[in-house]
Structure formats: C-alpha cells, structure tokens
Ligand binder design. Structure first.
Ligand code: F6P
Length: 468
C-alpha cells in the first residue's frame, strides 16, 4: 500500500510507472499474487480494482477536495515540511487533519477487505501513518510493516504537531516500522518515550533502519547499452560540449537546496574559478506538487536565479545554466548521468536521495565526482563522495572546485568504491531484508500489540472479545 498506484494512465491503458520502489516491489507483488492499494492519480473518479502488468491493483478514490486537504494539505504542507526540519512553516489546519484521518481510514478499510487470512501488508510513507493501527484493530491475523521514505523529525520538532500522539500510535500498530537512517530510528524511539511513555527497550525490537536503494541491474544494463551511450554523447554535444558539465536532477522541491547550488555556482563564475565559456550547469527540475504555494514560490526563485546567472555570464550561443522544468525517461536520465562530470546533490534534508545512488551506479567504470549533502540519507553510505553542508556556501564552493579538479585515477577509484557499496545493498536486498524481518514473530509484551480506543488503551487480548 502506497499513496500512489504503481501505474500511470495513458489514454485508456495503464503503464507501469518508472521508479526504484516499483521495480523492487512489483516482482514481489506478482510472485505472491498480492495486491497494490493506492490512489490512481485522478480526482472525483471511482475506478474498480483491475489487473495491470500482472498485478492486482486496488484504486482508492479521492475527491478533488480530499486531494487538496489530504495530499496537498496535511501530507505535503504539514507533514512534509515538519519532517524536513521546517524549511517552510507547516500549517496545522484541523480540517486537513480530519480529512487525513478519513482518507487513512479508507485506505485501511481497503486493506482489511483485500488481504487474505495471514497476509503480509506493507504500508509506505507519511501519507498513511494512521493505517497500521486501524488495520490492527480489525485484523489480528495479518503482519503489518510500515516504511517511512522521508526523515523522521526530532522530538523537539515533532512536539509542534497537535496530533503527534495519534500519529505515533497509528504507526505503532505495525509489527515492524522501518526508517532510512539510524537517526530516524532514534528520533522515533525518543518520541514514543516522550509522548506515549513507552520505554525505549520495549519499542526497539520493532524499529529498524533499512536504507532504500536502486535497481542496480536495470541501471547498469541501461548504462552499458549502445543507445544510451549514443544519447549521452549527443546530450553533451547539445549542451555545448563544455570542458566541465555539472548536473543537478531533482524534483523541484525546497528540500533539495537548488537555490544554494545556483548561488555557489554563480560565485564560482564571479571569482573566475569556473570559466563561463567552458562550463555548463545542467539543472533538471522535475515538476512536483504544483498546487502548493511553497512549490510555486520555489519555482519563481529558481527561475529568477537561472535568469540572473545566464544574464550575467551567458553568451549569445548559450546559457551557462541549462534549465529544464521537465521530467525525463529512465534512459534519458541515465544518459545525463553518463554525460556529466559532476553531480550536485545539495539537499537541505533528504530521506535518502536515490539520484546520488543512481549516478554512482551508472558511472562505476567512468569516474566523475559526486557532491553530496551531509543532510541526505545517502551520506551515511557514500562516504567517498565530496560531502558538503549546503548552507555553507563557501564550503559548497570548495567542494565544487575540488570536484572539477579531481585527478582521474582518484575519481575512478572513488566512484567504483561507491558503486560497490550500492551493489551490496540494492533495492531488492532492501525489500527482502525488510520483509524477512517482518516475518519474525513479535514479542507478546510488545507495545505494538496495544490498541488505542479513544481515551483508553487496551491490549489485543482484551479487545479480541469485543468483536467487529
Ligand atoms: O520521497 C518521498 C515521496 O513521497 C515518494 O514516496 C514519492 O515517490 C516522491 O516523494 C514524489 O512525491 P509525490 O507522490 O508527491 O509526487
């Protein structure tokens, strides 16, 4: 179960949506005759369950108002900024919270009705944090896992959320709760102690860090194909055949630190450390959550910066920043990785950042440099990257300068070492290690077996007699 179904609609047919999560989970769902429950991507439309690409898909309908309040509102204008260290201010609106509760109950009900006896239910991400507890209250036979793809905030930040107890309690309906980083696990453990009074040793055995990864084989296959190699040569040529090609590929999200990297780049041009005649920064900004004000503001800021830099340093032939507010196919993305010399990942906060892992995987045998924010989960694993604090513009400039002057042998050695790290934990390994842990029996004294009903908390043994 995830907020979105793993398919996109094109006219009257459905196509598997590209992405690591889908490539990891689709084979498991197919092999287990499982179902994928999610929102189909349209509003005010009820679609019956259907089969696509060998998977049974259960669409959850949302009205346009629910989409506005549950998805754009509570999920992406409250939880998203709160869980990403308040880069913008959350709006704690009670009507959004009520809709989040109602939509979570709808998702949960679909799982309760769809899951076979003894099934395993794996719930993904912050949109659905109340679902584990609701399912648990009605289905004692199933195993429930929850994986949070984004950071989990510190106690001090979570304290702001008026519904923090309900969210923690909702998650604690799961048998296993997975996070990207150990620091997220620590934050959750501290929060359940502070707000629910659960001692850390009672919750520890159900929490774990499972850093998500990428589909190494699919990336390697594309990176080694002649068509992608040809496309990458063409792209570099079309970008003006610069001596140095820097690349940023991000959803256009304020967590990604795009203005920070543009400012650092502009200063390096100003200082003449980078020559505008022979350097290009290609920035792909994939449109995202365009109905939300903070995303519209970010787009304005990024486009203003790009215009300013090109106005100051561009030539009649081309801009020194090549900006694309578009999304690209998987093959074109890999071709861009191969074409570039340096990838810039300057997130202010990021659960993992799979772009960094894709880049090193694609470039295993090509060298190049990865600039990686210390605030991205990937920094816990990719130690050989050039690690930067994106708030420190001088430090970021030093990192970018270092990346452009890396000696060829060092660049190859570092890239190969990082690629090997990703190979050891690819997305299939990630999925299997989570699901293996989910199959382990839960300790009967676990706090997860408690059910909250209004103001009282009862154990499952007690509620089993209550009936449905
Ligand atoms: O990384 C968090 C996440 O919500 C992913 O689960 C999702 O694929 C991505 O951001 C894009 O978000 P959205 O579904 O809002 O377009």
């Amino acid at each position: 179960m995830a907020n979105r179904l793993p398919v996109d609609r094109c006219k009257d047919s459905w196509h598997t949506a590209p992405g690591g999560l889908v490539s990891a989970l689709a084979p498991i769902v197919k092999a287990e005759s499982g179902a994928w429950i999610g929102w189909p991507g349209t509003c005010d439309e009820t679609i019956e369950p259907f089969a696509a690409d060998g998977m049974h898909l259960v669409p959850i309908p949302l009205s346009c108002e629910e989409h506005r309040q549950y998805y754009e509102g509570f999920s992406n204008a409250v939880l998203w900024p709160l869980y990403h260290d308040l880069i913008v201010a959350p709006q704690y609106r009670r009507d959004w919270w009520r809709t989040y509760e109602a939509v979570n109950a709808r998702f949960a009900q679909a799982a309760i009705e769809t899951a076979a006896y003894g099934a395993t239910i794996w719930i993904h991400d912050y949109h659905l944090q109340l679902v584990p507890r609701i399912i648990r209250s009605q289905r004692r036979d199933v195993r429930i896992g929850f994986f949070n793809h984004i950071p989990f905030p510190s106690v001090e930040l979570l304290a702001q959320l008026p519904w923090r107890e309900a969210v923690l309690n909702g998650l604690l309906g799961a048998d296993v709760i997975g996070f990207q980083r150990e620091s997220d696990v620590t934050n959750f453990r501290n929060a359940s102690q502070r707000f629910l009074g659960i001692s850390p040793d009672r919750v520890s055995n159900v929490l774990g860090a499972y850093p998500i990864s990428v589909d190494v084989d699919a990336i390697r296959e594309a990176a080694e194909s002649e068509s992608v190699a040809r496309l990458s040569r063409q792209l570099r040529h079309d970008l003006g055949s610069p001596d140095v090609l820097m690349l940023g590929i991000d959803r256009l999200d304020y967590t990604k630190g795009i203005p920070h990297r543009l400012r650092a780049f502009e200063e390096l041009l100003e200082d003449r450390v980078l020559a505008p005649e022979t350097t290009v920064l290609a920035q792909v900004a994939v449109p995202s959550r365009e109905g939300i004000g903070a995303y519209q503001d970010l787009r304005d800021e990024v486009e203003r910066l790009v215009g300013r830099i090109n106005g100051r340093f561009g030539t009649l032939e081309r801009g020194v920043v090549q900006y694309f507010h578009q999304s690209y196919s998987f093959e074109a993305t890999i071709a861009l990785y191969l074409a570039a010399d340096v990838l810039l990942v300057t997130s202010l906060r990021d659960g993992m950042n799979l772009v960094a892992k894709e880049f090193v995987t694609a470039r295993k045998r090509r060298g190049g440099a990865l600039i990686l924010s210390e605030f991205a989960g990937a920094a816990d694993e990719l130690h050989r990257a050039i690690i930067v604090n994106p708030h420190d513009i001088s430090g970021l400039k030093n990192g970018m300068r270092q990346a452009t002057s890396l000696n060829g042998d060092d660049a190859h050695e570092q890239m190969a070492a990082m690629a090997a790290t990703v190979e050891d934990n690819d997305v299939h390994h990630w999925a299997h290690s989570f699901l293996n842990d989910l199959q382990q029996p839960t300790d009967a004294s676990s706090p997860l077996l408690k059910i909250s009903t209004g103001n009282t908390t009862r154990t499952l043994q007690e509620v089993k007699h209550v009936g449905r």
